[in-house]
Design a protein around this ligand. Structure first.
Ligand code: HEM
Length: 395
């Protein structure tokens, strides 16, 4: 077996043509040891499921960002909890994301998209990321969190900045720290207001909640708020922009969706598989454990490589092909698997549905703007585009 030196926390690796490396990992070193970052990685579909499912061996309780322990970042959000503590904390907000709640939200989400499309339709060009994909998820999660409208853009700018910290210790720059401090101050102010005037928002829910008789600590409130904000605002945009890019590249598939809207739900699953907005989540070994002939030690970290698993030929026929007609025998792992399966998956799917339905009907001839480049977002945490400039017939 050959061993290559692969820096799993390299931003470039996951941003520019990662598939040859992912294929190497899947086929040659399905359990990979990255000596530089002291990190294991699994890249096959079944191994990502195995690590997600066996929370007694691979726990979330030491954090899910590689190289950033809870002693550096005392984050008590649900994503960093295991067992009962996780279930009860997740239960506080999960009822806000039921299919029924999403059905109630659909018309409102559609109204937001209509307004966004109205702003660009007469211009004949736009940046899909800036004008469509970025604002929709933020507006919806900001409303659920009860933000004042005039703060949406400011908070989103901070969030875009501090989410870079998810790339690991080396990316926690002064700018990241400053953006997070701004968010913390905003959180404290908002909390004070909610204490005076509780509302029908997630912050009020957390403030009034009790976990086995105890109120949520100040830290828990802050980090739970941060998790919902990041999950809500930084992810779906990449499936939206990645999806439009693929449909521009595959005009027959796009035309099929325009003519046959019933095909959209399956297309959305393929878009989510193709885009795979999260590169990975980490777990910590609770015991020594052997896999693929290698022994991992208790306390070491392992990452689950979602984009590599989503191109695993063991789980998907022709995984390198974008195909909205794909016959999914197994679901993509973009939303994770098991107990920490994405809480916001139903919201993300709703956002994708209304966005693609409206834009495909109203801007059916979107093309890449020949004068401006598609710009990827360099990250080893969140995969996506910084800019997707397009042109179309102005109406
Ligand atoms: C396409 C968009 C999205 C993708 C690809 C995505 C992906 C993921 C993944 C992979 C996990 C699993 C984490 C783990 O196992 O450690 C997760 C968890 C989570 N996601 Fe999402 N997410 C998306 C949208 C959203 C949205 C819109 C929200 C907003 C509410 C959200 C909130 C969460 C939360 C709160 C968790 C933690 C759940 C838990 O620990 O029980 N996500 N997401």
């Amino acid at each position: 077996m050959t061993t290559r030196d692969i820096d799993l926390l390299s931003l470039d690796l996951h941003t520019y043509d990662p598939e040859p490396v992912y294929e190497y990992l899947r086929e040659e070193e399905p359990l990979y040891w990255d000596a530089k970052n002291e990190l294991w990685a699994v890249s096959r579909y079944d191994d990502v499921i195995f690590a997600s499912k066996n929370t007694d061996i691979f726990c979330s309780g030491q954090g899910v960002v590689p190289g950033v322990g809870l002693e550096d970042w005392p984050d008590e959000a649900m994503i960093n909890l295991d067992g009962h503590a996780h279930t009860r904390q997740r239960g506080l907000v999960s009822k806000g994301f039921t299919p029924r709640r999403m059905a109630d939200l659909e018309q409102h989400a559609r109204d937001i998209v209509v307004e966004l499309v109205n702003k660009v339709q007469s211009v004949g060009k736009c940046d899909v990321v800036k004008d469509l994909a970025r604002p929709l998820p933020m507006q919806l999660i900001a409303e659920m969190l009860g933000y004042p409208k005039d703060m949406y853009n400011t908070v989103l700018d901070w969030t875009d900045t501090f989410t870079q910290g998810g790339c690991g210790q080396a990316c926690i720059t002064d700018e990241v720290v400053e953006a997070f401090s701004n968010f913390c101050m905003f959180h404290m102010q908002l909390l004070e207001e909610r204490k005076q005037n509780p509302g029908d928002d997630l912050l009020s829910t957390w403030l009034n909640a009790e976990l086995d008789g105890d109120k949520l600590s100040e830290d828990k409130l802050l980090y739970e708020h941060n998790l919902l904000l990041v999950g809500g605002s930084e992810t779906t945009r990449n499936a939206i922009s990645g999806g439009f890019l693929q449909l521009i590249r595959h005009p027959k598939q796009r035309q099929h969706l325009i003519d046959t809207p019933d095909a959209l739900p399956n297309a959305i699953e393929e878009i989510v598989r193709w885009a795979t907005p999260f590169v990975r989540m980490a777990r910590t070994l609770t015991q020594d454990y052997s896999l693929h002939g290698r022994e991992m030690k208790k306390g070491q970290q392992i990452v689950m490589m979602y984009p590599a698993a989503n191109r695993d030929p063991r789980a998907f026929d022709n995984p390198q092909v974008f195909d909205i007609h794909r016959d999914f025998k197994r679901p993509s792992l973009s939303f994770g698997y098991g107990k920490h399966f994405c809480l916001g998956a139903s919201l993300a799917r709703l956002e994708l549905k209304v966005m693609f339905e409206e834009v495909l009907q109203r801007i059916p001839d979107m093309q890449l703007d020949p004068d401006n480049e598609v710009v990827p977002h360099p990250s080893c945490f969140i995969r996506g585009l910084e800019s997707l400039p397009v042109t179309f017939t102005a109406v």
